[in-house]
Design a binder for this molecule. Sequence first.
Ligand code: AP5
Ligand code: MG
Length: 219
Amino acid sequence: MNIILLGPPGAGKGTQASQLEDERGMVQLSTGDMLRAAVAAGSEVGMRAKRVMEAGGLVSDAIVTGILSARLDEEDARAGFILDGYPRTTAQAGALDALLAEKGMRLDHVIELVVDEEALVERITGRFTCASCGEGYHDRFKQPAAEGVCDVCGSAEFARRPDDNAETVRTRMAEYRAKTEPILPHYEALGLVRHVDGMADIAEVNDAIETILDGKPRG
Ligand code: AP5
Ligand code: MG
C-alpha cells in the first residue's frame, strides 16, 4: 500500500507516518527529513536548501523530485510507503505520476489531515525531537514519560527545528495554501482523496487512518 499524507505544517504528517511505520512496516518518505539530512551533511543540495527552508519557502521542484526519486529506488520502498511532505506543488504532483508509472508503482490513498490553522502554531512552536533517534515530542501534547529522557533510546539530548518559530510558520502555511492545496483536485478526480480530522487526539487520528488502510484496496 502506498499513500500520501497531506496537510499544512504541524498537521501531524510526521507523527502519523512514524506510527504507520511501526505498526505496518511501511516506510516514511519525508522530503523535509531528507532535506534536513542534506543540510546537516553540508552537501550541495543541503547548502542550496538551507536558506529557503529557514525562511519557510519551498525548495525547487527539481531538487526535491531528484532526492525523492532516488529514495523510491531503495529496496524498502517496495514494501509500501507513506509520502510525508511530497508532492507540494502541481509540478511535483505531475512529476510523481511520471515517477510512479516509470517505477511500476501506484498510489492507493491520498489522506488529507484537516486541521484548524490557528492551533498549528502552538503545535509547531512546542515541537521537539530526540537529537539521537529523532523521536518526536511536544511540550504540551507528547512529553517523554520521564522528563528529559527519550522514551525510545534513553538519550537526554533534544533538538528544535530552526524553522519552527511563529513567524516562519505563517510563511509555511501561506505556501501550503497557495501551492499545495491546489493539488487536491488532481487526486480528487482520481477518486483517491480521504479526509481525516487532524484536530482529534494523536491516537484517534491514527485509528481513522488505520480504518482507511484496512478498507477494501482499489481494484
Ligand atoms: P517538512 O519537514 O515537510 O515540514 P512541514 O510540512 O512544514 O510539516 P511539519 O513537519 O512541520 O509538520 P507535520 O505535519 O509533520 O507535523 P508533526 O507530526 O511533526 O518541510 C520543511 C521544509 O522543507 C519546507 O518548509 C520546505 O522548505 C522544505 N520541503 C520539504 N518538502 C518539500 C517539497 N516537497 N518541496 C519543496 N520544499 C520542501 O506534528 C507537529 C507537532 O504537533 C508535534 O510536536 C506533534 O507531537 C504534535 N501533534 C501531532 N499530531 C497531533 C494531534 N493530533 N494533537 C496534538 N498534537 C499533535
Ligand atoms: Mg513533519
